[in-house]
Write a protein that binds this ligand. Structure first.
Ligand code: NAP
Length: 282
């Protein structure tokens, strides 16, 4: 079998960002107000600092304002909730991103729920999970939303296919499974207690790896012709899929980096412009 085609997230994200920038410029011209994303960072974890910087840089190039709130690592749940409520009520802020993970001493769920649903452009609240799962208007979790865009771009229709999602986190595994289900895939979730991961993966027409374990998914378990989406990102630019062996069996595969990652930020910015458009009533 020939090698899989690469799903180029960098190129799709670039096109999505160009479109978002046009919409942001149009909105700014019509309303006199630029879309604004508030980014909230607790502590100074180097990876989180980098992610927030990347998101703010992309905002700048897309004509989206960003307002950054840096809080000390010792911030309490109450203080963080207070900050997020204040931003939720601020008419000059259209979208809110709380960079996670936050420190273990913070109740992350309480913090997420302090984000007003209409500003939840990262798609982390219960309200967003519910609207996404029921296929109602609202915001999707950004990485899952980006994954669905990649599938669409490469004409992968999930309907009737067996999709195996490895990982069940609230921001990635669970929501991507719900989005695949909404598109009529037959979805299986695997996680750390799954007894025979290899057997489950072997059944999959679409595999989504969302674990955080380098090269956990081996090529020998990939069904010939399957679509392989690797959302994992581990030290050394390594995904959760053993790319070199999986590329020999899959029909389509995302590289790491340059696959899912760029689509996450593109989805965040797109949803920020959606939020601003709704809030500014145009
Ligand atoms: P997480 O919250 O740590 O969740 C990991 C999931 O993997 C859990 O559901 C866990 O199961 C499961 N798991 C752990 N070991 C396993 C094993 N041996 N076999 C099967 N399942 C196993 O991680 P996350 O936040 O979802 O992130 C997952 C990966 O995606 C990370 O590499 C992260 O860096 C990456 N990520 C990338 C982006 C992006 O934009 N590209 C965005 C977010 C995350 P249990 O539930 O049973 O513990």
């Amino acid at each position: 079998m020939s090698q899989a085609r690469l799903m180029d997230g960098t190129a799709l994200a670039r096109r999505t960002l160009e479109d978002t920038a046009k919409r942001a410029a149009d909105l700014t011209e019509r309303t006199g107000e630029a879309p604004c994303l508030a980014t909230v960072l607790v502590g100074e974890d180097p990876a989180s600092v980098t992610y927030v910087r990347m998101k703010r840089n992309r905002c700048r190039t897309a004509g989206i304002e960003s307002r950054h709130v840096a809080l000390p690592a010792a911030t309490t749940t109450e203080e963080l909730v207070g900050t997020l409520r204040t931003l939720s009520e601020d008419a000059g802020v259209h979208g809110i991103l709380l960079q996670h993970p936050v420190g273990a001493h913070i109740d992350e769920r309480a913090a997420f729920e302090a984000v007003a649903p209409e500003k939840d452009v990262d798609g982390v609240t219960f309200a967003s999970f519910a609207t996404m799962s029921f296929g109602l208007p609202g915001f999707v979790s950004c990485t899952p939303g980006g994954i669905m865009r990649l599938l669409d771009e490469y004409d992968v229709d999930p309907a009737g296919k067996r999709a195996v999602v490895v990982g069940r986190s609230a921001i990635l595994g669970k929501p991507v499974g719900m989005l695949l289900l909404a598109r009529d895939a037959t979805v299986t979730y695997c996680h750390s207690r799954t007894r025979d991961l290899s057997a489950a993966v072997r059944e999959a027409d679409i595999v989504v790896a969302a674990v955080g374990r380098p090269r956990l998914i081996r090529g020998q378990d990939v069904k010939p012709g399957a679509v392989v989406i690797d959302a994992g990102y581990n030290a050394g630019n390594v995904g959760d899929v053993d790319f070199d062996s999986a590329v020999e069996r899959a029909s389509l595969i995302t590289p790491v980096p340059g696959g899912v990652g760029p689509m996450t930020i593109a989805t965040l910015l797109e949803q920020t412009v959606d939020a601003a458009t709704r809030q500014l009533g145009v």
